[in-house]
Design a protein around this ligand. Structure first.
Ligand SMILES: C[S@@+](CC[C@H](N)C(=O)[O-])C[C@H]1O[C@@H](n2cnc3c(N)ncnc32)[C@H](O)[C@@H]1O
Length: 392
């Protein structure tokens, strides 16, 4: 569809909203372009390193990609897409809402649904989810007695906050009838377990029972003491192996940086319980690497895989790609994405799986893809498959 007077008018309204600072957000929808899986683009104004930019979140079927552009470049991009690859657009400003319908070639202006422009500071947005006055943050050494994040704990706090921001988006789709039953596998020192409990009960006012499962007795004792001290009555920690935990009745299963195949133990527990939401951030991928090592010289991938660093990266991608496929085979919709910049932690890939009651379970096409992938990389059995044989 060619550029029309309506798209030009839309672009003028956008330009003015950028100039007078009234832009709230913008989205492009009804994608007709060629890029596989792309559905929408959501655009908002943010400040990065003191420069105002438009942040584009490209929403694909199974992942999101974020790119930031200076205003002029962003406007050019929108102009190139509007009415061509994307047939609808919605502009929200504090003065009006404006929707463009490409197929009818119409523009509709309606009263504003937002009264305020959201905070544009990227850094500010990162620290909004949690109240730094939380006593548990002080007890775990993240903040000082006045609630200021300590210098050496800035990265950890950013990670915790970003984790909550990411989970918050997923939790919106979970039905909370009689409260949530959450388990955090491999809870460690409990930073993320406390953060989630605090967020669910203090911010969302949800009745939640949250349990951290952890090998190390000293961590379990410390966390239980802090939970008692700060009055988190629905939060508890138990000592034991993930694989031995009875996950019956769990709605939300989390496992962040549970080493190697402990992530598979956790995912299997989530699937076995029929959890609505499973969120894992894997760490070290030794099992797949060992399997791939055995075959690497024989295959065409040798040129890449004989280099240790590439083998490590490939093992990570194959392990997590197969995890996502195995979850899809069990009726989950999955997304794999970086949840925090690798400047804060290299263990920054997250797999989010949402149980999809409408999805076809045990789809033979997915099984075939799993088998073909394993065959290509010389993998006999993924640990998650072994675990699933036991729990299902
Ligand atoms: C790297 S720490 C991560 C802690 C926390 N989840 C985080 O992201 O900050 C991994 C923790 O998982 C525990 N862990 C690893 N494998 C486990 C298993 N199979 N069962 C129980 N705990 C396990 C370890 O003892 C360790 O405390």
């Amino acid at each position: 569809m060619a550029k029309t007077a309506k798209t030009s008018e839309f672009l003028i309204f956008l330009h003015e909203a950028l100039l007078d600072g009234s832009l709230v957000k913008l989205s492009l929808g009804h994608y007709t372009g060629k890029e596989e899986g792309l559905k929408q683009i959501h655009i908002r104004r943010i400040t990065v390193k003191r420069q105002e930019v438009l942040s584009f979140t490209y929403r694909y079927k199974t992942r999101d990609i974020v790119k930031n552009f200076p205003f002029a470049e962003a406007e050019e991009k929108i102009e190139a897409l509007l009415g061509k690859d994307f047939l609808t657009a919605s502009l929200f400003t504090t003065a009006f809402d404006l929707s463009y319908e490409g197929q009818k070639n119409t523009l509709k202006k309606t009263p504003p649904s937002h009264k305020e422009v959201p905070a544009a500071s990227h850094d500010h947005a990162k620290v909004r989810q949690l109240d730094t006055k939380g006593n548990w943050l002080h007890a775990l050494g993240i903040t000082d007695a006045d609630g200021h994040v300590k210098k050496d704990a800035q990265d950890k706090f950013r990670q915790i906050d970003k984790y909550i921001e990411t989970l918050a988006a997923q939790l919106k789709d979970i039905a909370v009838k009689d409260g949530l039953r959450v388990v955090d596998m491999g809870a460690g020192k409990g930073y993320l377990t406390f953060a989630l409990y605090d967020y669910l009960t203090t911010k969302l006012n949800i009745k939640a029972k949250v349990t951290g499962v952890e090998y190390r007795q000293d961590m379990v004792d410390l966390c239980n003491k802090i939970a008692r001290d700060v009055g988190f009555t629905g939060l508890g920690f138990v000592q034991g192996a993930i694989d031995d935990y009875d996950s019956t009745g769990v709605n939300v299963l989390i496992a962040l940086h549970a080493c190697d195949t402990a992530t598979d133990d956790a995912i299997a527990k989530g699937i076995g319980a029929g959890a609505d939401l499973i969120v894992v951030a894997p760490c070290c991928h030794k099992q797949m690497r060992r399997e791939m090592e055995a075959r690497k010289a024989a295959g065409p991938l040798d040129v890449v895989l004989r280099h240790g660093i590439f083998m490590e990266r490939q093992a990570e991608m194959v392990t997590d790609g197969l995890r996502a496929l195995l979850l899809e085979y069990q009726g989950y919709s999955t997304k794999v994405f970086e949840f925090i910049s690798d400047a804060h932690t290299p263990k920054n890939v997250m797999i989010v799986a949402v149980r999809n009651p409408k999805a076809k379970r045990h789809d033979p096409a997915i099984l075939q893809k799993i088998e073909e992938t394993k065959d290509f990389f010389g993998i006999r059995q993924h640990q998650l498959e072994k675990n699933l044989e036991r729990v299902l």
